[in-house]
Design a protein. Structure first.
Lengths: 75, 350
């Protein structure tokens, strides 16, 4: 996998986000219209696509898309 | 993983009573229009039914049971009544005992309550099945439901738009010609704080502090007597435990996805249920939903979904079904059950 794949998947799930706007260094909580519901969508996405179940703690500690990518890669 | 077998037991009828009053997600003006749309899309909930202030869960279960007993003409034959709910009429006595009298059942009826939520239907089936399988008791009523809206607060976006009210009645009958059921039941009490009403019982009796409103995060304001729900914890629990429980049942009993006609899952929210479905590679048409029109109805959600989305199928065919209930506790379970022409009905309660 590469990080662009993860970015594409997130942009695909978050309809409010314009394609091409998310960068590896983007803080996902600062994305347009971010809400607590998006956290659940992210967990479901990563579970479905990578079979990795992030804990609430892991998600809380991650700031950027790069951080998420590193968690996925380390598993 | 442990499992139990239930012999000689068959479901004859499932009736559901829902309040007439509809409440729409699009009208939930505690949050922005965008948030309402995202909530509806993610949870799948666009409307739900809310009981009036004078209606209890037992009133809904009573209406469902009363209609069932009239239609199947078997009031005098009921020997057991089990009420599964977390919104009983009183601290005591048991609601099931009250319903024995209200429904005009014989004094020889065995009646008690079980305090479980979203896993309640699976537990209820297993308990009633244990009583029926020896043949000493021939007919039993399983009543499952909740008036969850009594404990949610309008200013708490994490609970208020999620829950709907419903009461159900399932008629179970002794029959020594039917296939065995197999049921997996499990618990993890370390998740107790993830879905909890903290005050009002013996650990934290109701007091002045129980009425104090606190803001836990933006859009989440409630008191300690309200229902608190940690969405992230519940979500993680469901993704971790539900699919393995279903998978265990299939593998252990040498069944494939193709052998099961429908997987009826507790209607938690669409994101959870779809994640479970995709993880197990179950075709979408085998996973019926009722959440869009009724919300999360706790232990009523599996029987309600059957009445609402599988009516024609279940009334006219022999089906092999897999039920999965999961939630508050944490408590969860799955049941592999064959059915044959079950009578169903949905009634509206004024």
């Amino acid at each position: 996998m590469n990080i662009q794949q993860l970015i594409d998947q997130i942009e695909n799930e978050f309809e409010e986000v314009q394609p091409g706007t998310i960068k590896p260094e983007s803080s996902f909580r600062e994305l347009e219209g971010w809400s607590s519901m998006h956290a659940l969508i992210l967990i479901a996405l990563i579970d479905n696509e990578y079979d990795i179940l992030l804990t609430g703690e892991q998600l809380k500690n991650a700031q950027t898309v790069q951080d998420l990518f590193e968690i996925i890669q380390s598993k | 993983m442990g499992y139990i077998t239930v012999k000689n037991t068959v479901i004859k009828a499932i009736y559901t009573s829902v309040p007439k009053q509809k409440v729409y997600t699009k009208d939930y003006d505690w949050v922005s229009v965008t948030e309402r749309a995202l909530f509806a899309k993610t949870t799948g909930i666009t409307e739900r039914r809310v009981a009036s202030s004078t209606t209890t869960c037992s009133d809904l279960c009573f209406q469902a049971a009363d209609a069932l007993l009239n239609d199947l003409n078997c009031r005098d034959e009921i020997e057991m009544i089990l009420f599964v709910s977390q919104s009983p009429d009183y601290f005591l006595p048991s609601t099931a005992v009250i319903l024995q009298d209200k429904l005009g059942l014989s004094k020889n009826t065995l009646a008690f309550d079980i305090n479980l939520g979203c896993s309640g239907y699976i537990y209820g089936l297993s308990v009633v099945g244990q009583f029926l399988q020896s043949g000493n008791i021939k007919k039993a009523l399983l009543l499952c439901g909740d008036k969850s809206t009594i404990s949610t607060n309008f200013q708490d976006k994490s609970t208020y738009p999620l829950f709907g009210d419903a009461g159900t009645a399932t008629l179970l009958v002794y029959d020594d010609t039917v296939e065995n059921w197999v049921i997996h039941l499990a618990s993890d009490g370390s998740g107790k704080d993830s879905i909890i009403i903290e005050h009002g019982h013996s650990r934290h009796p109701y007091g002045m502090i129980s009425d104090e409103y606190m803001e836990y995060e933006p859009g989440v304001i409630r008191t300690k007597k309200h229902l608190a729900l940690n969405g992230m914890d519940v979500f993680n629990f469901a993704l971790k435990e539900v699919a393995p429980s279903i998978k265990f049942m299939l593998e252990h009993f040498d069944k494939s996805i193709d052998d099961i006609d429908y997987f009826v899952l507790h209607q938690a929210n669409k994101l959870i249920n779809e994640s479970v479905r995709k993880k197990l590679k179950i075709p979408a048409e085998k996973v019926p939903y009722s959440i869009q029109d009724f919300g999360n109805t706790s232990s009523a959600s599996i029987p309600l979904t059957i009445c609402y989305s599988l009516k024609n199928e279940i009334e006219s065919n022999h089906l092999r079904l897999l039920f999965a209930g999961f939630g508050v506790g944490f408590s969860w379970g799955s049941a592999l059950i064959s059915t044959s022409r079950i009578r169903t009905k949905i009634i509206e309660h004024d």
